[in-house]
Design a protein around this ligand. Structure first.
Ligand code: SF4
Length: 446
């Protein structure tokens, strides 16, 4: 799989630092502050309010910034209490400690920062990118004993699946889960699969296509990637979802797509699949809340999952952007609801959005429907354009937000002292089948 690393389009450390500085300056210039213009006053609280002991006292499961009140399932890992010294340290002190620990560790550590991560964390990242780009970026640092992933839980799992056994993948705050990924757990998917097998059997049709192919979005647990590997299925990203669906339709009569209904619906609709052939499967309801007849006629069965951040975008925001800026170019992420994607000028992954802006030769106004940290960084990177987030309320990914510099300093200083904190390890049998599903994705061609 190392060949993938050469093809990825990542932002390296020097660029990440420059962009973090630019984004901070642009926030300051616009007078925007987390305390006055966010979707939740809770954003001004420290993420340690959600560490285990606090969480047990009834803090909301997905913390500040949550835009839909999603509740983390009991199986979501909990972070133990962060030592007091990291909570009390000033921002400057934490930055100095992070830099000192990284210097002491040298090539023994690589720090990865997701596009949606807060600026004060990504400025310490050696690479910035999306989840799969980052997992592959780690492969370019074979000397790294530790891979510190400043993202969310499923991303660290993917990095562990793709990295060597002797490399420790670390998630600085264990409570950084993904509410979308948690909406499809392995038990519910297995239960759904058994019902589908009962309905359709397992025999292929005359064209050799099996009744159902499972497809999981990268934003899912390792267990689900493993499930797909084991059942003839495949993983997709928001960049290659159409290619992967084509791959699946060649091999199956229909697809079971999880966990993001919107990516599944938007992609299949663009490929010509009628909406009536895309029933929704709601876990814990008989026949997923649909019926055997509808399932028999289906092409894509959509899991009832969504991203809390992208679900916030709506058509009224697009109409307002067009009224305020005639000629504005509206680009949204495919995790947005279908009516938003339909109303936009274009849609695509974070990589697509970045490339579209980079390719614009004339000063352009862009209204972007994706996570605000990425949008602000793009605005700083391309000052010749006017770039703003469609959502006027600042509502970052509430789980990514939990990777505060205090946790980064804590895990890095642990490594300096010889202690590996918050290691994410995927069981080898699960990792082996998950790798099969990832390899199928890499081999799929348009
Ligand atoms: S932005 Fe949405 S899909 Fe991405 S990590 Fe956050 S909750 Fe999950």
């Amino acid at each position: 799989m190392t060949s993938v690393a050469t093809a990825i389009d990542l932002i390296t450390r020097a660029e990440a630092e420059r962009l973090a500085e630019g984004a901070a300056a642009s926030h300051a210039a616009s007078g925007s502050t987390a305390a006055t213009s966010t979707c939740s006053a809770d954003l001004s609280k420290g993420p340690w309010e959600f560490d285990a002991a606090e969480a047990l006292r009834g803090a909301p499961a997905y913390g500040p910034g949550a835009s839909s009140g999603d509740v983390a399932p009991a199986s979501t890992p909990r972070q133990g209490q962060l030592p007091q010294e990291y909570k009390e340290a000033s921002e400057d002190e934490l930055h100095a400690r992070i830099r000192a620990a990284k210097k002491a560790l040298g090539d023994r550590v690589v720090v990865l920062g997701h596009f949606y991560q807060r600026d004060e964390v990504v400025e310490h990242a050696d690479f910035m990118g999306d989840s799969f780009q980052l997992a592959n970026a780690a492969l370019t640092r074979p000397d790294a004993e530790a891979i510190v992933f400043c993202g969310v839980h499923f991303m660290a799992e993917t990095a562990d699946i793709l990295s060597r056994d002797d490399q420790a993948v670390i998630l600085p705050n264990l409570a950084a889960g993904c509410s979308m990924a948690d909406m499809a757990d392995i038990d519910s998917v297995q239960e759904c699969w058994e019902q589908l097998e009962e309905l359709f059997g397992t025999e292929p049709d005359a064209d050799g296509r099996v009744p159902v192919i499972p497809v999981t979005y990268m934003n899912s647990s390792a267990a689900l990637k493993g499930f797909c590997g084991e059942h003839g299925g495949i993983v997709c990203t928001s960049s290659n979802a159409a290619t992967v669906l084509e791959w699946a339709f060649e091999r199956g009569q229909r697809v079971l797509f999880f966990p993001d209904q919107h990516l599944g619906r938007n992609t299949a609709k663009a490929m010509g699949v009628p909406l009536e052939q895309m029933p929704m499967w709601s876990p814990r309801k008989p026949w997923g809340g649909t019926d055997p007849e509808t399932l028999r006629d289906s092409r894509v069965i959509l899991w009832h999952g969504f991203c809390s951040v992208h679900k916030r975008f709506n058509v009224a925001q697009i109409e307002k952007a067009r009224a305020d800026y005639p000629g504005v170019r509206v680009i949204v992420h495919p995790e947005c609801p279908m009516e938003v994607v339909d109303a936009a000028d274009e849609y695509g992954s974070t990589d697509y959005i970045r490339k579209a802006i980079a390719a614009a030769t004339e000063p352009t106004v862009f209204a972007i429907g994706t996570e605000v940290n990425l949008v602000n960084r793009l605005a700083a990177e391309y000052p010749q354009h006017t770039i703003f987030c469609l959502d006027p309320v600042i509502c970052p990914c509430s789980t990514m937000y939990r990777i505060h510099p205090g946790y980064l300093a804590w895990v890095l200083e642990g490594l300096v002292e010889g202690e590996v904190r918050n290691r994410i390890e995927v069981q080898e049998d699960v990792a082996a089948t998950a790798r099969v599903a990832l390899e199928r994705m890499l081999a799929a061609r348009p």
